[in-house]
Design a protein around this ligand. Structure first.
Ligand code: HEM
Length: 345
């Protein structure tokens, strides 16, 4: 089994022999989430990282899904609950493994023998350069592990669930799938072998020419993301808001929940419906429909806006498009019933 299949409760309900269609029942959320993570993490930390740390995905989701929301609502770290204890243990393991990785990167950069003789030659420029900066600033290895938890978390916590929801909306919304496949087909080569495989992928043209794909992603952000910008007030300031005045004192934190309008019917008609067309506008100069984000702010705002937004969008676009071009997906009991969702960022 592939690593991303472990948590998906897979059963093969019909095995393919000549001409048969293979049917597999799986937990789509876990499967797409872990598939995305298995593609993304080696891009940042190299292939050896996940191979050496097989529990990484379990630990990550335990930390992100179970512990993180509790920390957000102010649960103290000492709270005597199993969920908190296990979430903290998972977080510690992630930090320890990232710390060990940074030791190996450092050994590689200094031409020293590398722990376990590991191959770190494919670690990204991002992690390599971060190590140089950590070293320049005199950061210890435990500090490098803690410092990178945010990057590891930022890379996966939002992107992988968005991929799941994009797939779910496209497969479950009547009429979208066919148009979507027609739009992406020229940019994805598929072999005629059994089973079929992807032979080519033109990411720049997929990104430039597929406006429905882009609109589907924007509509997924609107329905499932809850971005909030949190800012520290460094200097006292008074903000005038119509007839109101808000005095912000030094040391306060301000939360700006950008998603408040995402399901507001006066901004987006029929707001609970997945309707990517609401983000498609006719551009007169180009003479075609173009996807525009309008009032949506999935990445927050200002200088601290998401630094991974280009990576995230390209990842969701390529994994979404390739999955949709390769697989037919339907609910196991024949009826689409979308699961409830927990707000994310
Ligand atoms: C769909 C996927 C993603 C969403 C919806 C998302 C959303 C956000 C939001 C709302 C913020 C806060 C911005 C603010 O304070 O105004 C943020 C910050 C950040 N994100 Fe993302 N993000 C995604 C993917 C990623 C990825 C893949 C990475 C890294 C590869 C990443 C790295 C970061 C970083 C480093 C920050 C902090 C920026 C700063 O404080 O300067 N994000 N993201």
């Amino acid at each position: 089994m592939k690593r991303w299949e472990y948590s998906a409760d897979i059963t093969v309900s019909k095995f393919t022999s000549h001409g048969d269609i293979a049917k597999v029942e799986a937990n789509l959320q876990n499967l797409s989430r872990d598939f995305g993570a298995c593609i993304a993490i080696p891009q940042l930390y190299g292939r050896d990282f996940l191979d050496r740390y097989p529990q990484a995905l379990d630990d990550f989701w335990k930390f992100d899904n179970d512990l993180f929301p509790l920390l957000m609502i102010g649960m103290p770290l000492w709270a005597p609950f199993k969920i908190v204890k296990e979430g903290l243990a998972a977080r510690t393991r992630i930090i320890t493994e990232i710390e060990a990785l940074y030791r190996r990167i450092d050994q590689y950069q200094h031409g020293h023998p590398i722990d376990f003789d590991a191959d770190v030659s494919d670690v990204s420029e991002t992690a390599s350069e971060r190590n140089k900066i950590y070293e320049r600033d005199g950061r210890s290895f435990p500090e490098r592990g803690v410092g990178d938890l945010a990057i590891f978390w930022g890379q996966n916590a939002n992107t992988q669930p968005v991929l799941f929801w994009l797939l779910t909306y496209v497969y479950s919304t009547f009429g979208i799938l066919e148009q979507f496949r027609e739009e992406i087909a020229p940019y994805i080569g598929i072999s005629r072998t059994t089973p079929p495989e992807i032979t080519s992928l033109d990411i720049p043209r997929l990104s430039r020419n597929c406006q429905l794909l882009k609109a589907c992603i924007l509509e997924t952000y609107r329905l499932v993301n809850e971005p909030t910008s949190i800012r520290y007030v460094a200097r006292p300031i008074t903000i005038t808001d119509g007839g109101l005045k808000h005095g912000l004192t030094q040391g306060m934190f301000v939360s700006v929940p950008h998603s408040l309008t995402n399901r507001d019917a006066s901004v987006y008609g029929d707001p609970d419906k997945f309707n990517p067309a609401r983000f498609l506008e006719h551009d007169c100069s180009l003479g075609k429909l173009v996807a525009r984000d309008g009032r949506l702010k999935p990445w927050g705002a200002g200088a601290a806006m998401c630094k991974g937004r280009t990576f995230a969008e390209k990842e969701i676009m390529t994994l979404g498009a390739t999955t949709i071009s390769m697989w037919n997906i339907a609910p196991a009991d024949g009826r689409w019933e979308l699961p409830a969702m927990v707000p994310g960022t």
